[in-house]
Design a protein around this ligand. Sequence first.
Ligand SMILES: Cc1cc2nc3c(=O)[nH]c(=O)nc-3n(C[C@H](O)[C@H](O)[C@H](O)COP(=O)(O)O)c2cc1C
Length: 211
Amino acid sequence: MSNKIVVVHAGPRKGWNTDTVISNAAKGAEDAGAEIIRFDLFRLEKYTGCISCFGCKKEQSRGHCICRDGLTPVLDAIREADGLIIGSPNYLGELTASFRALYERLIFQNLTYNMETPCCNERMIPVLLIMTSNASDTGYLHLLNNYQQTLSRFVGPTEVFVSGNTLQLKDYSKTDWQWSMFDPEAKQKRHDTVFPEECRKAYELGKKLFG
Ligand SMILES: Cc1cc2nc3c(=O)[nH]c(=O)nc-3n(C[C@H](O)[C@H](O)[C@H](O)COP(=O)(O)O)c2cc1C
């Protein structure tokens, strides 16, 4: 039977950087025989982050977020999955608010507050966390290190992949004012040369981790 891999896009822009990198990772997994179940967090029904109801800490719902909203099918699919690919752009030095909402509920349901068994997830799965950013690939190592550690502890062994210095606009000359922080030519050049290579690497990672 083929591996079921949940793919989550935690950015709003279809066909842009984050979507493209995660789609490549997903294609790698698919070409290695996996079945892909994809969610776009910006296109779900309304949802929130953790509401601190502690329903997941009750014996009968242990390890299950009991809050019912747009994220419920995503959490259910991850629970049944053999792997998780999740990608977010960097927003103001963090991953998106949508990513955080899912992250809070995914992690907190598996966290017990019990000293002997702090994690009640009995089905750990490999995770690939992808971030894209204006900053360089190494601009957010500390942030990603934290996510890697927590995901590894409560969801499963996590690898991180970054595509930095991304192209944010199709044409930087068509803005109302100068985005003078950026060198449009250098951005475009990187997009044409380095970005395809990153997509290829994401494809290979998807193939290796989830096939
Ligand atoms: C609201 C907002 C905040 C951003 N903040 C940052 C930031 O703090 N650091 C950074 O490196 N890039 C930042 N960016 C740039 C995006 O992370 C980057 O362009 C990313 O590749 C966009 O992904 P997308 O093309 O999939 O939308 C920000 C973009 C937006 C829209």
